[in-house]
Ligand binder design. Structure first.
Ligand code: URP
Ligand code: ZN
Ligand code: ZN
Ligand code: ZN
Length: 486
């Protein structure tokens, strides 16, 4: 046969359009898109089904130590398994540098965790916590050239946060070598000040986590880092935007013509401060940063997904168990919110939640759904068009959806190693049934069909969207974009 596999009769959606055709796959790649293709060695009937490019989750955390004694429940084995069952074929977790550690050692440690254990393909973002001259001038350029072309920096969290001067230095290095910088924007001093005052008043329940990080601290840091990026003439991507105030800053910057990208996540659409106020310690399940806001802000985030303020929709999967002294109960049964590990699980529920609430409810188009969840993350992080679309030459990474299947989300249904989902009881319509990675069926109908190690490491190209604007003539460093200086 001409093809190893054909997918027949499905409705194919990309970021560009929705069509009806067959997909011919050979050697792990898409080699034909046409009506009535001849049979392959194997055929999958997708009649009545939707065929999407596999999801690219551009923000998730697996096996990432935080230095506080907490432990993530998902490693690369369970994290990628859960991701696959949720319709994803690529994940981009983090290789986090500890203070004093070389970037090279950080990358090696995460490869040791991931290699041979992943069920779907993976790339790495670096986390730069210690931007020494050696890191910025030697290690980073080498690693970028090897395919680690994006990294995250933090404006808060002890042990991770950078000051404005350090951020400018990181931006300068990113600009010189063509990398995409993701920023966690919250004002660290404001959070520490508010936290101390709340604790002095005995306000330590999980609910007050949200009170300690009001929108103004996110808005201020968002505005400040936009200013730093403007100064350095570097496009950046602001991650996990939670509500109206930060989004307004992003809108303002985009309106000025700055290349400014933004990500949001399911927790800002489907969770709210009410969930942090759950009885007892249960609110800890929804402690993440920035925190979920109120209903009016959820609507504002929906609007931002529809109107283009956001380019990327990721899970920010941060898997801590609830009943676990190394998880949400790190500080004990009723610990102050300050000690609760931050983050919510969601690598498997990201796509069904957005599909159901977004496409199903008519808030976003199907093409926009694909763009936000697959195509744009692939573009932003240098994986496009190998990943993120259905096109001749692209990897045969596909998710076949039953758009009519109604599912009540329960933790039993999910394939992560966390003991809860914040979306317990939520009803969605539409679920990925079959997931194919490089032409191999990873899972279908609830069964896993590959062994760990099916997933491969993906070196990333320098992302096109990270190219600085050439409108402004400023002194350039050496590097890839030197020739384009005006
Ligand atoms: O609360 C969160 N989001 N934890 C995960 C780490 C991060 O800041 O993305
Ligand atoms: Zn963050
Ligand atoms: Zn995160
Ligand atoms: Zn099967």
């Amino acid at each position: 046969a001409e093809f190893d596999l054909t997918i027949r009769g499905g409705t194919i959606a990309t970021a560009a359009d929705v069509t009806r055709c067959d997909i011919g796959i050979r050697d792990g790649r898409i080699v034909a898109l046409a009506e009535a293709l001849p049979p392959g060695m194997r055929d999958i009937d997708a009649t009545g089904r939707l065929v999407l490019p596999g999801g690219v989750d551009g923000h998730c955390h697996f096996a990432q130590p935080a230095g506080d004694g907490s432990r993530m429940a998902d490693d690369f084995l369970t994290g990628t398994r859960s991701a696959a069952f949720g319709g994803n074929t690529t994940v981009i977790p983090f290789a986090a540098q500890a203070k004093g550690q070389s970037l090279r050692d950080a990358v090696a440690a995460y490869h040791a965790e991931a290699d041979g254990r992943a069920h779907i393909d993976y790339a790495f973002h670096l986390i730069i916590a210690d931007p020494t001259p050696d890191v910025l001038e030697r290690e980073l350029p080498e690693l970028i050239a090897e395919g680690y072309t994006s990294f995250k920096i933090y404006m808060t969290y002890e042990g991770m946060k950078l000051n404005d001067r350090q951020i400018l230095d990181v931006f300068t290095a990113a600009r010189a070598h063509g990398a995409m910088v993701m920023v966690h924007a919250e004002n660290s001093d404001c959070i520490a000040w508010l936290t101390e005052r709340l604790e002095a008043e005995g306000k330590t329940a999980p609910f007050f986590h949200g009170v300690s990080r009001p929108q103004v601290v996110e808005r201020e840091a968002t505005h400040r880092v936009i200013s730093l990026a403007e100064l350095a003439d570097l496009p950046i991507l602001i991650v996990h935007v939670s509500g109206r105030e930060a989004t307004e800053q992003i809108r303002w910057a985009q309106g000025k013509g700055l290349r400014l990208y933004a990500e949001t996540c399911p927790q800002y659409l489907f969770l709210s401060a009410d969930d942090l106020a759950a009885p007892g310690f249960e609110g800890a399940k929804c402690v993440c940063s920035p925190p979920p806001r109120d209903k009016a802000n959820q609507q504002y985030i929906w609007d931002g997904l529809a109107n283009g303020a956001f380019q990327v929709f990721s899970s920010d999967h941060a898997p801590f168990r609830y009943e676990d002294p190394q998880g949400k109960k790190l500080g004990g049964e009723s610990a102050p919110f300050r000690t609760v590990p931050n983050g919510v699980p969601g690598v498997e529920t990201r796509l069904p939640l957005l599909f159901s609430g977004g496409v199903g409810e008519g808030r976003i188009e199907l093409t926009r759904f694909v763009e936000l969840t697959s195509t744009n993350p692939a573009r932003m992080y240098g994986l496009y068009p190998r990943k993120g679309t259905i096109a001749v030459g692209s990897d045969a990474d596909l998710a076949i959806w039953d758009t009519e299947r109604e599912v009540t989300i329960t933790n039993d249904l999910l394939h992560h190693d966390v003991d809860y989902t914040p979306y317990e009881g939520q009803v969605v319509r539409g679920w990925p049934i079959t997931v194919i990675s490089r032409g191999t069926v990873v899972c279908d109908d609830g069964a896993l069909h590959v062994a760990p190690g099916q997933g491969q490491f993906l070196p990333c190209d320098r992302p096109d969207p990270a190219r600085p604007s050439s409108r402004r003539a400023i002194p350039r460093d050496s590097g890839r974009f030197k020739a384009e200086a005006v």
